[in-house]
Design a protein around this ligand. Sequence first.
Ligand SMILES: Nc1ncnc2c1ncn2[C@@H]1O[C@H](COP(=O)(O)O)[C@@H](OP(=O)(O)O)[C@H]1O
Ligand SMILES: [Mg+2]
Length: 256
Amino acid sequence: MDMTKLLEDVDRLARDAGKAIMAVYRREFNVEEKDDKSPLTEADKAAHEIIVNGLNALPMGIPVLSEEDIDAFPVPDAEGRYWLVDPLDGTKEFIKRNDEFTVNIALIEQGKPVLGVVVAPALGTAYLAAEGLGAVKVEKDGTRHTLQVAGRPDATTPWRVVGSRSHPSPDLADWLNKLGEHEMLPMGSSLKLCVIAEGKADVYPRLGPTCLWDTGAAQAVVEQAGGRVETLEGEPLGYAVPSETLNPHFVVWGNG
Ligand SMILES: Nc1ncnc2c1ncn2[C@@H]1O[C@H](COP(=O)(O)O)[C@@H](OP(=O)(O)O)[C@H]1O
Ligand SMILES: [Mg+2]
């Protein structure tokens, strides 16, 4: 596979989905409730259609798992590959209109995210990563920066902790007490992992539920920037079984 070409194709698809999302964002829209009580908008559905059709049109014929179509789980191909898509992550942020929502596309191979694209359409930014290519942020004006996580803060500097705006967790307070002196940066969606990759925060503890599609693409960005996304047992967060959609609790570390 030509990873550079694949990353360009996936970036284009995520940006097309982002344009469809922004067309809805700029006008009135309806909010439905899914079976699991989470919100769903026309924007989630429009982005899903664009991405799934686009991925299916690529020559490799890699199966797709998208948050908005979990009636049938894909069987990974002979190389253990599948696409993992969250067409609109941070739907609550989208509804609140605070701009902190993302389009997420990951390529999983043998249970590992080997390519990831996270586009934040309202912010105009994108994060792109692939094995062997590293991770970059593309700014609104098109400038590109190579991403590198921050080192561990020295003993006198408080930890910069990023956390969910919409899904606080009861275990977090205990975990933060053990961490020591820190400052909190609230943030919606997979942008939490991306700010770790950028070196703007040091750690993101997620001690509450998330699904595979919430983390796959941004995990590729963090890992290619030198960081880690680990279960509480210290194993990399894995994606081997598409039908096991719930992630365990995890911590994203930016200290390499
Ligand atoms: N009870 C639950 N079970 C599974 N996933 C949950 C959940 N509560 C929140 N999430 C996940 O957390 C994501 C949002 O996290 P955050 O608040 O940190 O941005 C949601 O993404 P979506 O917005 O794509 O549905 C959703 O997938
Ligand atoms: Mg999501």
